[in-house]
Design a protein. Structure first.
Lengths: 332, 332
DNA sequence: CTGAAAGCGCTAACAA
DNA sequence: TTGTTAGCGCTTTCAG
């Protein structure tokens, strides 16, 4: 039993290969009766076009690559998952194939297998990005804005989001507001910290060095930081944690120390990460990042670049949304 | 600037196309000097073979597909992530392309784009599995054992793992052991429950219906179940939770109720899921499932089937490992 | 609206 | 060890 090809379908339908190809490609220049006959033949023969041949002949390949850096714990990251899901959904709608490439930078995706690339993050993949750019392969970078590189970016406004978060806390009457930062080697964490600082300045609220504690997005670092904050002679009345995981840690420490959240301490998270929120004793007020949307947008832009509906660089910045739950309260 | 092809390389190197192809494919029948010249030409021209042409000509395509069901929260699942990471790693080592297909069953992966398929789970993809089997496309199913289907399976011995867990608790002197099950529509949850039941029987320990509480793998369900357990006139001294998430919930409830874990209550988890364990106030004793290994094995088997190093069905069952931490204690 | 035919870039006999 | 050449299965002019 050999594989059936377009030839067999053409013969079965009593038309030429060209006509068969036309109905395959939905070209409208086919007489209705012929179209029907071809479609019947396809069904009868269970014909599936050979994508490699299609790609070779058409010089299109209808596939994009998603490259994800291989950190040690990238796969414990809510971020990676949302990206994957968003891109996965988008490619399905766009009817593109998705080639997944998880790399620490030492291997490369075979470039001719895709028409474009999405980098879920630039960190750890700088070289590959450069290489791709040099080959003029369409590409978009997520979660990072660059003015220097001629490449489209889709990112979240972490600075603005942190500002929004702080505004909320201030509006609730807080002025003794601490923050637990994320891993400051990441731009994301820096932006969130800057948002914290700038908003305090804007409101002429005194900044205290002791209120800035350095975390790493993980729960343990927040546990440590929160304990330190509670030991302060003049402890804060609110904590802005740069991640929900850290917010959960902070809440747990407060509870263990008999401090009621939110009555005695307002705690705000960041991410709206259900993985973390599920473990919180009380619902956390947080900033919801449109990660999923970011991924969908990135895929859409890439597709438009590939199909030449966009030329040049196109950046998108998405903003986060305040999700009020019950871990923050008006200062009484 | 047109794309450079093998032709250009051959001309540049002063050899034939065939020879060029040979060095591309690492066929050892090429004279060293020619090999070097070709390699130099490739580098000079920055030549990258066109994979579609290679695939069309060779009838191999060096790509496999991973199909992941699109549950509403598949992407909050530790399971999906471990699978993805494991398969991702394996394909990189095997130098295969990975096509990712996240589906709720209504769309299909273009079969000619891959040489084989891995199903991360059979649930929700029964039809696609059947279709694939019918086309005789190599395929392996993860996390599910079937004797009925002529298809290779790689799964974890959930029954045996649960038995091991119970043995541990019993060895610690417990006999009033409760369990909080997973979502019983899944085979995994059923197997774990059966392991619980069978081990109690084997040790002639009285089974009480009240000690079996039905959860859904999620924290909330365990919170509810644990509260019920604590209200019992004759509460258990140990709880075997079918997931770490549930174990965390159970521990939190105990602590809230002034019950010391592990002194007054031993709690055992399942999964060794760092996402959950990080939120636990105390380190959880649990069963570590080799999910990552399962994914790597599945990829390996698929590759062997494709390359005909294996014929027929080949199943692998992996067992879990007891990870002793501090949420369980000898009954005093 | 249709068909013949020329490739797409590469692999793999086969012959040398 | 090498080169010649016939396809792989499809798309796409181009002429009808």
């Amino acid at each position: 039993m050999k594989n059936i090809s377009i030839r067999d379908v053409a013969r079965e339908a009593g038309v030429s290969i060209a006509t068969t190809s036309r109905v395959l490609n939905r070209l409208s220049t086919v007489k209705k009766t012929n179209k029907i006959r071809v479609e019947a033949a396809i069904r009868k023969l269970k014909f599936r076009p050979n994508v490699s041949a299609q790609r070779l002949a058409s010089k299109r390949n209808n596939a994009i690559g998603l490259v994800i850096p291989r950190y040690s714990d990238i796969f414990h990251s809510f971020y990676a998952l949302q990206v994957l899901e968003g891109v996965g959904l988008a490619v399905e709608r766009l009817r593109l194939d998705l080639l997944l490439h998880i790399t620490n930078g030492d291997s490369f995706l075979n470039i001719s297998a895709v028409e474009g690339l999405i980098f879920s993050d630039i960190i750890g993949n700088e070289e590959e990005v450069d290489a791709v750019l040099e080959m003029e392969l369409p590409c978009v970078i997520m979660n990072y804005l660059t003015k220097d590189l001629p490449v489209s970016c889709v990112a979240i406004d972490n600075f603005g989001s942190a500002c929004k978060a702080l505004e909320h806390l201030i509006k609730l009457g807080h002025s003794r507001i601490a923050t637990i930062t994320g891993e400051l080697r990441s731009q994301v964490a820096i932006d969130r910290l800057n948002g914290y600082v700038k908003t305090l300045e804007r409101h002429r609220i005194e900044k205290r060095q002791a209120y800035i504690r350095y975390g790493d997005f993980g729960r343990d670092s927040a546990v440590k930081a929160t304990k330190e904050l509670l030991r302060l002679k003049d402890p804060p009345t609110a904590i802005f944690a740069a991640s929900d995981e850290m917010a959960v840690g902070a809440i747990q420490v407060c509870i263990e120390n008999g401090i009621n959240v939110p009555r005695d301490m307002s705690i705000m998270g960041f991410d709206d990460n259900p993985l973390a929120l599920g473990f919180s004793p009380i619902p956390i007020t947080t900033m919801r990042q449109p990660l999923h949307k970011m991924a969908v947008e990135a895929t859409g832009i890439l597709h438009k670049i590939i199909t030449r509906k966009i030329k040049g660089k196109k950046d998108i910045v998405l903003s986060s949304e305040l999700i009020e739950r019950s871990s923050c309260q008006r200062l009484t």
